[in-house]
Design a protein around this ligand. Structure first.
Ligand SMILES: Cc1cc2nc3c(=O)[nH]c(=O)nc-3n(C[C@H](O)[C@H](O)[C@H](O)COP(=O)(O)OP(=O)(O)OC[C@H]3O[C@@H](n4cnc5c(N)ncnc54)[C@H](O)[C@@H]3O)c2cc1C
Length: 457
């Protein structure tokens, strides 16, 4: 069989970069095609936080954790899923994956102990010190370059080459020349989900279709579109990651630490509208339902904690926050009705101090009651990425509805169905996106290597 490569990787985000590194380290010839002018995709926009349960970094920090505990956490937040087996697998391989990233790939990740974030009963996120996914992507690219793995940017896979039901590579469109074929023994789809495809979002995730999309534009849904043509099964298609507080008009994430530590969200009418401790993903839909924007209100002590994060400091430098010693002045600066805001804060503070029950059932108040000086940030809800995708098995092979693998085709990251439950954004635990990207990218490459050895015996 005439093949240009052992493994063709489509997409140069965390999943594709990890897949290519792992394939190369298995002694395979591999290359990555990337449709955009630079690698990174959503992975570069993320905070770069990857969960690992039972990592040696947790042990060194005295944190007792393991796959069973993590799996329980994932199931508790995600509920019913089409692919419970994959949830278990991700929990099982999370520690070895993060240790591989740090030890073999050279990623500069550190265990985050300052916060746990939604869905985790213990600190288990490992992230770049900057909390910027671009730093993780830079480390992955350095590892790819060190291994001389070709990355062809501006080269979009237009369709898969399929012969006798088996995938044999892809047709590549470089824009300025005729499309050409890259033939490969195995093909790994690392093209992420369909967040940038408004039609698919409206069809599969209608509850968030009205929100702005803040992910990368490359996530146009090819995995779903190509997979369907090949008879692939799709799982968890209504699941997605939302974000309840994107700073407006700056477009950066307002760190959810502001809310977890005791901040609140009020609408344009200066009233709270729900239980903010629902989490940044699940709460996005609630923010969208109450109006087109809202205001996060927090205080100086919370500001000082969140200021440990680079993006938060940047937002502050860009003038995203209003600050005032008196709630009246804060309200005026935001165009909110001052009496109503004071009333809301008084009521919330009474709940945080345990004097009365919270109107929306919030139980965790961080270091609230809030006290002066106060801060406000105008925010809008956003959609970050979709969590539904191709059904895969424990080897990351893409499956037909019958359970049969489609020969030679693998998927990981947002191209495959995720681990955030069957629908909505409530099931998204921090790190679910990147864990399935890095872990399944690596698993797909290792499985492809095993299969190629068998094919060639
Ligand atoms: C603002 C933000 C913050 C986030 N924070 C976190 C976090 O801290 N932790 C976490 O776990 N998750 C986070 N996520 C989600 C996470 O970024 C994604 O789940 C993860 O990056 C997906 O990785 P991937 O490799 O599958 O996709 P991507 O990183 O998007 O990579 C896919 C690549 O494939 C390319 N591509 C697409 N189609 C083609 C084609 N036809 N031909 C060639 N190339 C193609 C794309 O251009 C892209 O570069 C965040 C997302 C956003 C938007």
């Amino acid at each position: 069989m005439n093949e240009d490569l052992d493994v063709l990787v489509i997409g140069a985000g965390a999943c594709g970069l990890c897949a290519a590194i792992a394939a190369h380290d298995q002694g395979l010839s591999t290359a990555i095609v990337e449709k955009m002018d630079r690698p990174g995709g959503n992975s570069a926009l993320s905070t770069g936080s990857v969960p690992a349960a039972g990592s040696r970094f947790q042990r060194e920090a005295g944190i007792d954790d393991g796959p069973e505990n993590y799996c329980r956490d994932l199931m508790a937040i995600a509920g019913e899923a089409d692919n419970a087996d994959l949830v278990r697998l991700m929990a099982q391989v999370s520690a070895e994956t993060v240790e591989w990233l740090i030890d073999d790939v050279g990623a500069r990740l550190k265990l985050v102990t300052a916060y746990k974030h939604i869905g985790h009963s213990v600190p288990r996120l490992h992230a770049p010190v900057s909390r910027r996914g671009i730093d993780l992507v830079d480390d992955l690219i350095a590892a790819v370059e060190k291994r001389n793995i070709p990355i062809a940017v501006g080269n979009s896979a237009r369709e898969l080459i399929v012969e006798d039901g088996a995938v044999r590579g892809a047709v590549i469109d470089a824009g300025n020349s005729s499309p050409f074929d890259i033939r490969a023994g195995k093909t790994i789809l690392a093209v992420n989900g369909f967040g940038a495809n408004r039609d698919l979002v409206a069809r599969f995730c209608p509850e968030i279709a009205g929100a702005r999309y803040f992910g990368a534009h490359g996530s146009a849904g090819e995995a779903v579109l190509w997979g369907r043509k090949l008879g692939a099964a799709l799982d968890n298609m209504a699941a997605y990651q939302g974000y309840a507080a994107v700073a407006d008009p700056h477009g950066g994430l307002l760190s959810w630490t502001t809310i977890e530590k005791g901040g609140i969200l009020v609408g344009a009418d200066a009233r709270r509208f729900g239980d903010e401790s629902t989490g940044y993903s699940g709460y996005a839909r609630i923010v969208l339902a109450q109006g087109d924007h809202a205001y996060a209100i927090f205080d100086q002590r919370i500001f000082d904690i969140a200021a440990q994060e680079e993006e938060f400091r940047e937002l502050s430098d860009y003038g995203a926050f209003k600050k005032a010693d008196r709630l009246h002045d804060l309200a005026m600066a935001c165009g909110l009705e001052a009496g109503t805001l004071s009333e809301e804060i008084d009521r919330y503070n009474a709940s945080a101090a345990g004097r009365e029950g919270d109107a929306f059932g919030r139980k965790e108040f961080g270091i609230a009651p809030l006290r002066p000086p106060y801060y406000a940030c105008r925010v809008v809800p956003g959609m970050f990425h979709t969590q539904g995708g191709l059904r895969i098995d424990r080897e990351a092979r893409v499956l037909r509805g019958s359970g049969e693998p489609i020969p030679n085709l693998y998927a990981g990251g947002g191209a495959a169905a995720g681990i955030s439950g069957r629908s909505g954004a409530l099931g998204y635990a921090s790190g679910n996106g990147l864990l399935t990207a890095v872990a399944l990218g690596r698993i797909a490459a290792l499985s492809a290597a095993r299969a190629l050895r068998v094919d060639r015996q």
